[in-house]
Design a protein around this ligand. Structure first.
Ligand SMILES: CC(C)(COP(=O)(O)OP(=O)(O)OC[C@H]1O[C@@H](n2cnc3c(N)ncnc32)[C@H](O)[C@@H]1OP(=O)(O)O)[C@@H](O)C(=O)NCCC(=O)NCCS
Length: 159
């Protein structure tokens, strides 16, 4: 199996998400990878996956294995996704993040993502409490963002 095997992606996703959002299945990853608009950036410790639509891209998910966190992998994957999207003509990236996800919010803020809206109850209700999503946006520089120094991620969907 390689790092871009849908079964590997699903296994990592299951380690990273429980209910909000729920983990995606191997079949769901396989279906996403079949679209030419899908961009996947992968490292052994995790992956970033999104889709391109004209000048915009949506980062649909970002996942780093629990035992691989706080080593710069999330930052490298995010930068790699931006670089891959920019190479396909994307000038701005959008994403949603749970309002309670302090780790991801810190990562995105440090990478230059800013608030573009709020979706109440986006992730449903957690123990009766509303769990909303922040919509974040980043405008890419014309030259595109370059991956952070260190290990080069595998990029799929560059064609
Ligand atoms: C969010 C996530 C991808 C971060 O991955 P990571 O590889 O640990 O992140 P990095 O090591 O690259 O951290 C980059 C920066 O993000 C911030 N950050 C990351 N984890 C953090 C945490 N637990 N608490 C606070 N800040 C955090 C810090 O600013 C960090 O820089 P620093 O280490 O120099 O302080 C990872 O925790 C994860 O997979 N979480 C579960 C899935 C998830 O929430 N995905 C995002 C959905 S929108």
């Amino acid at each position: 199996m390689t790092a871009i095997d849908p079964a590997v992606l699903a296994a990592i996703h299951h380690q990273c998400f429980t209910t909000a959002p729920r983990p995606w299945t191997e079949e769901e990853f396989a279906a996403l990878l079949a679209f030419a608009t899908t961009v996947l950036v992968a490292l052994p410790g995790g992956f970033a996956l999104g889709r391109v639509a004209g000048p915009e891209a949506e980062l649909m998910t970002l996942a780093v294995r629990p035992d691989s966190r706080r080593k710069g992998i999330g930052r490298t994957l995010l930068s790699g996704f931006e670089h891959a999207a920019a190479a396909r003509g994307v000038s701005e990236i959008y994403l949603e993040v749970a309002e309670t996800n302090t780790a991801a919010r810190a990562l995105y803020a440090a990478a230059g993502y800013v608030s573009a809206g709020f979706r109440r109850d986006y992730y449903g209700r957690d123990g009766g409490r509303s769990l909303g999503a922040l919509v974040l946006r980043k405008v890419l520089r014309p030259a595109g963002a370059r991956p952070a120094a260190g290990e080069s991620p595998t990029v799929a969907g560059d064609g």
